[in-house]
Design a protein around this ligand. Structure first.
Ligand SMILES: NC(=O)c1ccc[n+]([C@@H]2O[C@H](COP(=O)([O-])OP(=O)(O)OC[C@H]3O[C@@H](n4cnc5c(N)ncnc54)[C@H](OP(=O)(O)O)[C@@H]3O)[C@@H](O)[C@H]2O)c1
Length: 246
């Protein structure tokens, strides 16, 4: 198989932004998508939207920070479709703040969702992919996984970690015919900035995101990685607005 038609794809963080756009893009190309996030109303609406456009989607309310719930998500996909071709570990949060403000709960959330969530996603799908000697794990990092900015110390730390984990996984699993892709978006127009709790910083970041491009641009890049022939792995991509300098 070298295209998207009939691929079984789990997408975390499918209730908005990049995950939602990815679900629509892949479903429009014939993938069967399993939508995961915490907000059920959003997942339900997206499932209906995809199905009314002729696509196929199911959803499962899932908190990626729960190892048990991620295992249940993979088990659900296997029960519904018999296999998992692609796992898109996309869910993430970005409550930026300077370190001295000691927003410990926000640090914990970023570590639990952005790092542990990706690890739990890998852990949940890897056994069945190793057994089949086929699979593709796509992890969403960020331009902040390549560069550090003021107030991004912890967020960048989590996104650097996503890149390190994905590269480690690539080295360990390429011999098992499992592909890995790191995708690092630049500024994308989504709800991600809403979680910034400092009002001045939030306003400044929202001002910076005026150059943001649509989440569909990342969805297309994810589609490109998936549709390559099985012996071709697109291991890493940076996709940002043309005008974005850093
Ligand atoms: N937007 C950008 O400029 C940009 C740039 C670089 C990287 N990224 C990365 O892209 C990814 C997607 O973000 P986005 O920009 O599309 O933002 P978004 O619109 O805020 O979407 C984030 C998604 O993550 C989900 N999520 C958050 N915590 C979760 C949890 N504990 N369990 C399950 N799902 C959870 C949210 O769903 P629920 O709240 O319903 O659970 C939502 O669907 C993130 O990893 C982000 O770091 C974004």
């Amino acid at each position: 198989m070298s295209d998207i038609q009939d691929r079984i794809v789990i997408i975390t963080g499918a209730s908005s932004g990049i995950g939602e756009a990815t679900a629509k893009e892949l479903a429009s190309k014939g993938a069967k998508v399993i939508l995961a996030a915490r907000r059920e109303d959003r997942l339900q609406k997206l499932q209906q939207e995809i199905e009314s456009s002729g696509g196929q989607a199911v959803y499962k309310v899932t908190d990626v920070a729960s190892h048990e719930q991620m295992e249940e998500l993979a088990a659900y996909a296997l029960k519904e479709f018999g296999k998992i071709d692609v796992m898109v570990n996309n869910a993430g949060v970005m409550p930026l703040s300077p370190v001295h403000e000691k927003k410990i709960h926000e640090w914990d959330a970023m570590i639990d969702i952005n790092i542990k969530g990706v690890l739990y996603g890998i852990a949940a799908v890897l056994p069945s992919m190793r057994e089949r000697k086929e699979g593709h794990i796509i992890n969403v990092s960020s331009i902040a996984g390549h560069l550090v900015f003021p107030a991004s110390a912890v967020y960048s730390g989590t996104k650097f970690a996503v890149r390190a984990i994905t590269e480690g996984l690539r080295i360990e699993e390429c011999g098992n015919n499992i592909r890995t892709t790191i995708i690092s978006p630049g500024s994308i127009a989504t709800e991600l900035t809403q979680a910034i709790s400092g009002s001045e910083l939030k306003a400044a970041i929202i001002e910076e995101t005026k150059i943001a491009i649509e989440p569909a641009s990342i969805a297309r890049a994810i589609g490109f990685a998936i549709e390559q022939p099985a012996d071709v792995a697109v291991n890493e991509m940076i996709v940002r607005p043309t005008i974005q300098q850093l």
